[in-house]
Design a protein around this ligand. Structure first.
Ligand code: PMP
Length: 439
């Protein structure tokens, strides 16, 4: 058995070079664009996540749930811009509203009505007393940390191994050297006892616990409900602020994944799809914590200044009001979560028909393919991933007109038709069949 596994792995590695060459041969225009971009953009990009060998595709057009690349290939877009592209590429309600708003004013340098409109929608939808806007999920998390540190007067921030909260809040393996210089304590995800012990150990100086209800970048590994509740309750018991990073997961159910897992936190951070494709971030929560930003209260001595030229930019604020107010209402979100569960069940059923170590994890409309079996449940399990097989699946799906994340992430969007999803499943089936035959 051991011997067979070893042979399989080396066979996959051997095939990767050929698959990359075939990819390069199919995509000469993307190759040229990449080489030219590298002259002015290190690595040819400004989003490290998009890199993959031999080079990433350049896309020139999107329509509905499809993307077209520079060489004219059209793909079913099952990545959905890592959850930011929930609406697909042609949501007229958002595009028309933003176009109209930009006809009125592009950059205000003052208050405009869409800002409070979006804040009202967010507070009502996600059970927040108050909210503030930023330009990205990264910034939202930085500001949530600031809010907790100012409130508690403490310095340490608990995060989880395998977590991702932004470019400078990256914990895939320890604390990344380029992270913002906070005093982080790294706890084990989905490990109640290990986490509780660490909270107790650092209790005196713990400002906040920052947790994703499902590790998104970390492989779509959902938190156990009990784990999340214990994390939040233990933090609260020791006077630390609980922060849920729902930058990706607020799309689930009526109020986001934390609510579905029956937990309640002090601050929640948001991003991605709420801006309808425009730069977006937000953090919100209880009045006591958030009113530290209340400059209108003359009696307040501890006001936190929070500036940002584009925090309230017209395009994002307008788009957000249409996204939450018209397109992705709570009812739509509930239905979308169920449709995602069905898709993931379909993927799991398909994988079960193949004798390959490939599994799927996730929740609702977010999921990830893993070249390993059994399916991972904790970040440490990801060490068993067969990277060569993972890459072959990625390149095999591209070849068959399906675009997912190189690391395996797939996100169901609102624009996907049943036919497109069926075609994507057929492509996966065909790809796995070919891999099985060739090993
Ligand atoms: N938190 C989570 C859970 C995320 O997935 C991301 C982005 N992938 C971020 C924060 C950072 O958001 P942004 O890229 O908008 O800075």
């Amino acid at each position: 058995m051991q011997k067979r596994q070893t042979r399989r792995m080396s066979d996959w590695s051997h095939r990767v070079a050929r698959a990359r060459q075939e990819f390069a041969d199919r995509n000469p225009q993307s190759c040229l664009a990449y080489e030219a971009a590298r002259q002015v953009l290190p690595g040819g990009h400004t989003r490290t996540v998009l890199r993959h060998p031999p080079f990433p595709l350049t896309f020139v057009r999107g329509e509905g749930a499809t993307l077209t690349d520079a060489d004219g290939h059209t793909y079913v877009d099952l990545l959905g811009d890592y959850t930011a592209g929930l609406l697909g590429h042609s949501e007229r309600r958002v595009i028309d509203a933003v176009t109209a708003a930009l006809g009125n004013n592009v950059s205000v340098g003052g208050i405009h009505p869409a800002e409070a409109d979006l804040a009202r929608l967010m507070c009502a939808r996600f059970g927040l007393d108050r909210v503030r806007f930023t330009n990205s999920g990264t910034e939202a998390n930085l500001m949530a940390i600031t809010t907790a540190m100012q409130w508690t007067g403490r310095r340490r921030i608990m995060v989880f191994a395998g977590g991702y909260h932004g470019g400078v809040l990256y914990f895939a393996s320890g604390v990344a050297p380029w992270n913002a210089p906070y005093e982080f304590v790294i706890a084990p995800y989905n490990d109640i006892e290990g986490t509780r012990a660490l909270v107790e150990q650092h209790a005196d100086d713990l400002a906040a616990v920052l947790v994703e209800p499902m590790l998104g970048s970390g492989g779509c590994l959902p938190a156990d409900a009990e784990f999340l509740r214990v994390v939040v309750d233990t933090a609260r018991a020791f006077g630390a602020v609980s922060i849920a990073d729902e930058v990706m997961t607020s799309r689930h159910g009526r109020r986001g994944l934390v609510d579905l897992l029956r937990a309640t936190v002090d601050i929640t951070t948001f991003g991605k799809y709420i801006g309808g494709g425009f730069s977006f971030g937000a953090f919100g929560g209880t009045a006591d914590l958030m009113d530290q930003y209340d400059t209108g209260d003359p009696g307040r001595t501890n006001v936190i200044a929070h500036a940002g030229t584009f925090n309230n930019n017209v395009a994002t604020m307008t788009a957000g009001t249409v996204v939450l107010g018209e397109v992705f209402t709570a009812d739509v979100a509930v239905a979308h979560t169920s449709r995602g569960d069905e898709l993931r069940a379909g993927v799991a059923a398909l994988l079960a028909q193949h004798d390959l170590p490939v599994t799927v994890t996730g929740f609702g409309s977010m999921m990830s393919l893993h070249a390993q079996a059994p399916a991972p449940a904790r970040p440490t399990d990801l060490a068993a991933r067969d990277h060569a097989l993972q890459e072959l699946i990625y390149l095999g799906l591209l070849q068959r007109g399906v675009y997912i994340a190189a690391r395996g992430m797939m996100n169901l969007g609102l624009a996907h038709t049943d036919d497109q999803l069926a075609a994507a499943l057929d492509a996966l089936d065909d790809c796995l069949l070919e891999l099985s035959r060739s090993r």
